[in-house]
Design a binder for this molecule. Sequence first.
Ligand SMILES: Cc1cc2nc3c(=O)[nH]c(=O)nc-3n(C[C@H](O)[C@H](O)[C@H](O)COP(=O)(O)OP(=O)(O)OC[C@H]3O[C@@H](n4cnc5c(N)ncnc54)[C@H](O)[C@@H]3O)c2cc1C
Length: 444
Amino acid sequence: MSRPTTTHTWSNWAGQQRCSPAVVEDPRTESQVVDAIGRAAEAGHVVRAVGSGHSFTDTCLTDDCHIRLGGLSGLLDADRATGLVRVGAGMRLHDLTRALHTHGLALENQGDIDQQTVAGALATGTHGTGREFRNLSAAVVGCRIALADGTVRDLTAESTPDLLRAARVSIGALGVITEFTLRAVPAFRLRKVEEPRPLVETLDAFDDLSAAHDHFELYAFPYAKTCLSFASDRTDEPPAPLPAWRKWLVDDLVANRGLELFSRAGRSFPGQAPRISRTMTRVLSRDVRVDHSHLVFSSERRVRFTEMEYAIPRAHAATALRAVLAMIESDGVGVTFPIELRTTAPDDAFLSTASGRDTAYIAVHQFQGMPYEAYFRAVEAIMDGFGGRPHWGKRHFQTAETLAPRYPEWDRFAAARAELDPAGRFTNDYVRRTLGPPPAEVHA
Ligand SMILES: Cc1cc2nc3c(=O)[nH]c(=O)nc-3n(C[C@H](O)[C@H](O)[C@H](O)COP(=O)(O)OP(=O)(O)OC[C@H]3O[C@@H](n4cnc5c(N)ncnc54)[C@H](O)[C@@H]3O)c2cc1C
């Protein structure tokens, strides 16, 4: 179960964050999680729970102790009538959504991929799109969390409302969550229309378009006049997935192999980025599919990249995206990856990037091996002007000082942290930088 090792190197999905934890723990029960935390405490180790490593930040890094939750995964209980389900924290969203489907249930909303663990996705405020739909953490109605003092707490909205609102988006800074109770919804189908559109008109109409559809998002291609929109709506139509050849063409050839090819060309000839980006928009096509929600929400991402994403007030979505595109052109940034624009409804998790406000998300990407820092810093400067909150799992250059004023409930999260992990057993460099030092240090 415990694997002390000197040779184990962990790296994230993008391959740019690495560490060599002295101990890797693979508990299979909650009491083994408690024991693992106890051993780490004896050794004076920092503990980081790790999911599937899909975060771009250094949030999982430590040279001390990693706890992997793969042994605590599975749908433990599902009540179709209430929609309440109990889920092992290490379960992948891919497996969860399929298990829910067999019970006639689904997640209300999902992000672009489903390879993350439930705990990892929730910890960073993972979201999809849809202005009436909140991010994934809004589905949490309870959780069990193993703490530094060797206890396990049951957090619920009734008994510990503040602690639960903190634990819904926790960045792994409060303890190791072993289990969640989520509110699922009756299974549903989506009709998704993917189509190229003129960028200027689509941005002008962004508010109306995102109001007209359950889930609306767009990809803006730098230097190009065409964008790609995705509009998904709940439907009673029978499933009509893309024919196999068309799915291969759209999802595999264009979205993965084509993107990889164009990205490699952009990396070899950054000065040609404008031409490459414009060429990409010429291979886009209109496609319509109807399928079960989990098969529509997420897709496969094989091209490796790094990413920054900012949450800003929704009212500024189009203005902010226009500013990013203008900066790319004026600075001549060598980027061919499209910029993603999404929305979500406000929610009330203390550290949710959509906490208390209608939100738009603007995400910028850079292909692996290409310089990203100057580009991302320039985007961040634009987002600072809109009170932007960075995705906790995606690159950013903020600190606790710059972030605190952007979160109305910052102090309530800090109070929860002081109660659950005063000495900072779960505080690594990322947590220290973005949330501040452990409470005990502050009050020493
Ligand atoms: C290709 C790709 C597509 C993506 N698409 C989206 C998207 O559409 N929308 C979006 O919002 N994000 C998206 N992301 C970001 C991703 O959802 C988040 O980074 C998420 O946190 C990754 O989950 P994970 O299981 O890999 O967690 P990890 O990256 O392994 O860990 C993330 C955090 O969770 C903590 N954690 C993990 N398990 C536990 C536990 N049991 N208890 C307490 N803390 C824990 C870790 O300590 C860490 O702080 C994408 C990322 C990639 C690489």
